[in-house]
Each structure stands twice: as structure tokens, then as C-alpha cells.
Design a binder for this molecule. Sequence first.
Ligand code: 4NP
Length: 163
Amino acid sequence: MKILFVCLGNICRSPTAEAVFRAMAAQELPQLALSVDSAGTAGYHAGEPPDRRTCEAAARRGYDLSALRARVVEARDFETFDLILAMDRQNLRTLERRAPAHARERLRLFLEFAPESGVLEVPDPYYGGQNGFEHVLDLIEAAARGLCAALRTGKGLSIPRAD
Ligand code: 4NP
């Protein structure tokens, strides 16, 4: 099972989702062979490490983002990944435009896995203050828990065939 998290720049939200979900899945689903990655729909920050504020907020909750580097979504990602989870509707729409028809059912909003949060989008924290980064972490931790539960039970997940 291969999962890709996608935001705009791949320096704030999606690398956070990658690190949080990887850590949670290692704890909760050690038996599952999961491959986890993240990418951005825009390439402004390609090759860069995650945003310093993102790294600091994540580190305070025990997540290490220091090895991650930003990259842009590529055509082959639509073949490689079973589930492609967008942080907001704008990025979901961009993915829908770029994806071949057979891959569109692999695209979802990540917060569909956190219905209790009452929102479907992880807001872009880039131009905001410190609270924005904590809010991003709260939402992502909730959705990562929900995704782990969906993978454990199979409920709420119709995983499309990769072929
Ligand atoms: P991300 O946040 O999509 O969560 O990585 C952003 C990072 C950079 C920019 C926008 C959003 N930017 O405009 O450079």
C-alpha cells in the first residue's frame, strides 16, 4: 500500500502529514507494508527542507522532518501510489486535472479521515502565525489516526486496484 500526501509547496502540510502518519502507522500497524511520501503541486520550493516553523512545531510533538526534501508531483505518481491525499480542495482540483482518468478514484481529501474535526481542508499556514502550525498538526494527527483505523478495519477505504 503506497500513500502520497499532497499540498502546494511540500514544505508545510504534506511533509507534516508524511512524518506524522509514518510514525503513527509504525506504532499502530507494524504488520502492514506501507510506503509513504509527500509532494507539492507547485515547485517553488523543490529540493528544500520543510519550513523551519513546521519543523519546530513538529519536533515539539516528537516528529522529525529534517531528512525530508520538497518535490513536485510527477506523472508517474499517479501510477505508483494507491491513495493520493490532498490537504485542501484547491490541490485536489489540481490533482484531478493532472491525473489520468483511471487514477482519479485514488484522489481524496486527507481530512475525510477526520470527520470529527468538522472541516475538510488543512489550512495553509505559510503566511500566518505560530497558531496555524499547531492547528495543522492537530488536524493532521486526527486524520492520521483515522487513516490508520481505516487501514486496520478496511471501513471507509475502497482501495482501488493499482493495475
Ligand atoms: P504548504 O505551504 O503547501 O503546506 O507546503 C506553503 C508553502 C509555500 C507556499 C505556499 C504554501 N508558497 O507560496 O511559497
